[in-house]
Design a protein around this ligand. Structure first.
Ligand SMILES: Cc1ncc(COP(=O)(O)O)c(C=O)c1O
Length: 326
């Protein structure tokens, strides 16, 4: 159990670990399982709720008044940060990419509902704008706490160091051993924490981050660096070998936040076979990759593979028309 002085409780943990019986049967490959981090809770949940337990804990410890973070228009991280800030009684300022879209829907609608103030970057750099806003807050006599994109620093990643321990405990209880663990990887904090946690536990399952955006080598390099910073931060004496970081970029498809046919198929399959909602930006790309790898006989039938659901379903509403049209 990772404890820091300032961690707070925001998530419903442990999240369930469940077999995907109907999907496994449909695809005819290995036994597929799912880890339900879409059920962490806090305004529809997702992977960021775990990270925010550590980050908001530190914000409170530093007696911050205002939490500032950045993301895309449909950022799940921004929405969960807004919810966590509301829960902690803190002001929240979200720096969102580019310009306000015509429609306020999905996560952006929830950001408003949760009381966050929104600043659009326009052509400016998001990090620079966050620093500018932090200065404005200081001038106004308030203490800001800036959370990086995706909550992906060593403190945020520490949450997935711990989550890895949670998953391994559950899999032992369920008497299942996963050959591979797949999930959507973007700013890299989730994957960094997982590989660091796996190294600390001598866990040998393959951890496969499915890039939703960047080339594999770029993301893998970031994950390696952050995984090492995470073990350093946690003061755990463990080496994270380069080979422990696997990033697959074959399923980026048409690009970040663009939903193509494989993502649509993944969303429909999970909804109709398992009653589970994926999101079009992250988890549907990762699941589309998993489905393709199963169809290409990457695993034997007697093996087990885990899909770690990282949340994001509120973005579905912003893709409603494209999901309904055929
Ligand atoms: C639903 C969902 N899945 C996965 C990710 C990727 O997590 P990370 O940024 O830690 O790589 C995100 C990040 O925003 C997300 O919102």
């Amino acid at each position: 159990m990772v404890t820091t002085l300032s961690r707070i409780s925001l998530a419903h943990l442990p999240t369930p670990l469940q077999p995907l019986e109907r999907l496994s049967q449909e695809l005819g490959g290995p036994q597929l399982w799912i880890k339900r981090d879409d059920l962490t809770g806090l305004a529809f949940g997702g992977n960021k709720t775990r990270k925010l337990e550590f980050l908001l804990g530190e914000a409170l410890y530093q007696q911050a008044h205002t939490v500032i973070t950045a993301g895309s228009v449909q950022s799940n991280h921004a929405r969960q940060t807004a919810a966590a800030a509301a829960r902690c009684g803190l002001r929240c300022i979200l720096v969102l990419s580019a310009m306000s879209p015509g429609e306020i829907e999905g996560n952006l609608f929830l950001d408003h509902l949760l009381g966050a103030q929104i600043r659009w970057t326009g052509h400016r750099n998001g990090n620079a704008l966050m620093q500018q806003i932090a200065n404005e807050e200081r001038v106004a006599g308030r203490t800001p706490y800036v959370i990086p994109y995706g909550g992906s620093n060593a403190l945020g990643a520490a949450a997935y160091f711990e989550a890895m321990h949670e998953m391994v405990r559950q899999s032992r209880q369920a008497q299942v051993e996963f050959d591979s663990v797949l999930f959507a990887s973007s700013s890299g904090g989730t994957q960094s924490g997982m590989v660091a946690g796996a190294a600390a536990m001598h866990y040998h399952g393959r951890i496969m981050g499915m890039s939703v955006d960047e080339p594999a080598d770029v993301l893998a390099q970031r994950v390696r660096r952050l995984a090492r910073l995470t073990v350093e931060y946690l003061n755990v004496r463990v080496e994270v070998p380069n080979e422990a970081v696997t990033v697959i970029d074959d399923y980026v498809g048409e690009g970040y936040a663009i939903m193509g046919e494989p993502e649509r198929e993944a969303i429909h399959l999970l909804a109709r076979l398992e009653g589970i909602l994926l999101d079009p930006v992250y988890t549907a790309k990762a699941m589309a990759g998993l489905i393709d790898l199963v169809r290409n006989k990457t695993w034997r039938r007697d093996q087990a593979v885990l899909f770690w659901h990282t949340g994001g379903a509120p973005a579905l509403f912003a893709y409603r028309d494209r999901l309904l049209s055929r």
